[in-house]
Write a protein that binds this ligand. Structure first.
Ligand SMILES: [Zn+2]
Length: 239
């Protein structure tokens, strides 16, 4: 008899825990099963989005589409201009003349593409190494001129599409401090670093690497199979 009491108590505790956790679906218009047992069973196949549980694929898709539409409607933030312009910094260092900066800016404006550092290189005014060093000074972070491709390949926790969008590479993970060192090829994006910290529950440290080195490594990575990544097609127009 004590055994039966024990089983009943355990079942009761389990039921209460499920109720406390809320075994329902996060979608108001959910068309999934309504009975508790069916929902508990379905819970095994559902998924979480931002800490909210969705009982089936359709519910997850509806919630995800609504979330993406919300983000799509938000105007992209204006990039802060609190950094010393790269050209000015390079003139101050004696790496460029004022005339070269003006020429490069005009070329960039005419082409309406490319970063200014890229134009300094393209016009033969500065080397990639000089531009990378200047970027390090501009963003106040260390500079690296070489990459350990083996350690980048080993760290597959950030989807490639995101790395490509921000032209960044995870250089190293230091378990002792739970920190990922991330190299940027163009501009250090603190919003991207913050998102990585939240998603992977870790700290990040930015550094600057050569634009070409980062771009070439990302192209190489794109050619490698990434069986654990699921990529969606181009963004739908939610308008
Ligand atoms: Zn549902």
């Amino acid at each position: 008899m004590p055994e039966l009491t024990k089983v009943v108590t355990l079942l009761d505790r389990w039921k209460r825990r499920l109720e406390e956790n809320g075994s329902g679906c996060g979608l108001g218009s959910c068309s999934g099963p309504k009975s508790r047992w069916a929902r508990i069973w379905r819970r095994r196949s559902g998924a979480f989005l931002q800490g909210v549980f969705y009982c089936q694929r359709q519910c997850m898709e509806t919630a995800l589409t609504a979330q993406l539409a919300r983000l799509h409607a938000v105007a992209p933030p204006v990039r802060p201009s609190n950094r010393i312009p790269l050209g000015l910094l390079m003139v101050a260092r004696g790496w460029l003349t004022y005339e070269q900066v003006v020429t490069a800016l005009a070329a960039q404006q005419t082409a309406r593409s490319g970063q200014i550092g890229e134009w300094f290189e393209r016009l033969g005014f500065a080397t990639e190494q000089q531009v990378t060093s200047a970027l390090g000074l501009q963003w106040g972070c260390p500079v690296t001129f070489s990459l350990d491709t083996a350690s980048i390949a080993a760290f597959g926790r950030i989807p490639l599409g995101i790395l490509e969008a921000f032209q960044m590479l995870p250089l190293q993970f230091v378990a002792a401090t739970n920190t990922i060192y991330i190299a940027f090829g163009q501009r250090v994006d603190h919003a991207a670093l913050y998102a990585i910290e939240k998603l992977l529950d870790c700290r990040t440290q930015p550094c600057v690497a050569g634009r070409k080195i980062v771009a070439d490594e990302l192209i190489r990575m794109r050619q490698q199979p990434r069986p654990h990544e699921l990529e969606f097609g181009p963004m739908h127009d939610f308008a």
